[in-house]
Design a binder for this molecule. Sequence first.
Ligand SMILES: Cc1ncc(COP(=O)(O)O)c(C=O)c1O
Length: 408
Amino acid sequence: MTSRPEFAARTAGMRPSKLRELVAAAARPSAGDVPGPTLLSLGGGLPPAEAFPARAVAEAAERALAGAAGAALQYSATEGDPELLDLVGADLAGRLRLPDPTGRLLVTTGSQQALDLIGKVLLDPGDVAVVESPAYVGALRALAGYQPRIVEAPVDDDGMDTELLAGRLRAGLRPKLCYLVPNFSNPSGRTLTARRRTRLAQLAARYGFLIVEDDPYGQLRFAGADLPPVAADAAEQVVYLGSFSKLVAPGLRVGYLAAPRWLHRALAVAKQATDLNSAALSQRLLVELLADPDWFAGHLAGLRDLYRVRAEALTGAVADRLAGRLATPMPDGGMFVWASVQTPGIDALALARAAMRRAVSVVPGNEFSLADGYPRHLRLSFSMLGPAGLVAAVDRLGDAFDDLTASG
Ligand SMILES: Cc1ncc(COP(=O)(O)O)c(C=O)c1O
């Protein structure tokens, strides 16, 4: 037997994903190595390749290297490239009316790093972290590494139910933080109403917790009007997270946060230990892209159209072909529909497995809850397939329903 050291206790909270099990099954060759039908993905929440501005990125990289190769290829400031910080700060102050973000910004290696840094500086084992439910899996995993007691706060049609949370706070719950995605959440597709945004900020001030406002999809709104962020009226109570992953490309790995003043330095110091700085080349490249605001605005408008057409195609195909079996509320933006199974006796995990046998991937709802609270839900992403692909995927989902009803 090899003698080896024990893993740290915190690894106990690091749970493997059922999603990976499904994806791994899909990657295995079909029987006798005869290729099966191409897998149609309603599973992953990734931008499709056609959403990437590859030519603009290549030209921006050329300019970044020609102009300031020394800066683009060098280590850089932990807080982030000063020009990128200026551009992000001006955007947040204008678009989101965030009060003077200067000195509160930190460029992060994706929002995922922001989630990890927040856990690192705030959570001791046993501390309470409230998380909207269903929750973004990456947030559950990032926080779980710091061994908090994670309390799930349910979401309804209007986003996180702040009155339910208020009741739990009155009853003695004392969280250090409360995590949510206020716009077109992953996975629920729901948007927190303006009234609840204000209410949540009041609760945070009253009970002394930090709101983690994760907003990677806010600029991908294709219906309705923008709402002010929770942070707009509560800058000292909210850390706001933004990301270029869904707006330009996740491969750049650039996001940012606007933190309360009392938290900013601790996060920057924690980041120094984690990775010194986020990739300087990616940041210079974004400076080059954002320096042309007309280009960026046109690019975002194109993305919003792309996702609107796809969201309509998916929800329309489900209404046509799976009425009475699956309900799919249309979101106002983002990439996700939170579908509920209507057929009695059909469990979402069984349906996801049956769908995989029919070469279509979906994510079962329980992936998004530590308490397995969503056995009748699926997350469907409309980002990866064009309208015809989405219709074909819904047809295959219909076959998967038939398979399950036929097998009893
Ligand atoms: C809600 C949410 N937060 C954060 C992330 C992580 O994004 P990033 O690429 O910026 O790390 C994702 C990615 O899918 C997400 O959906």
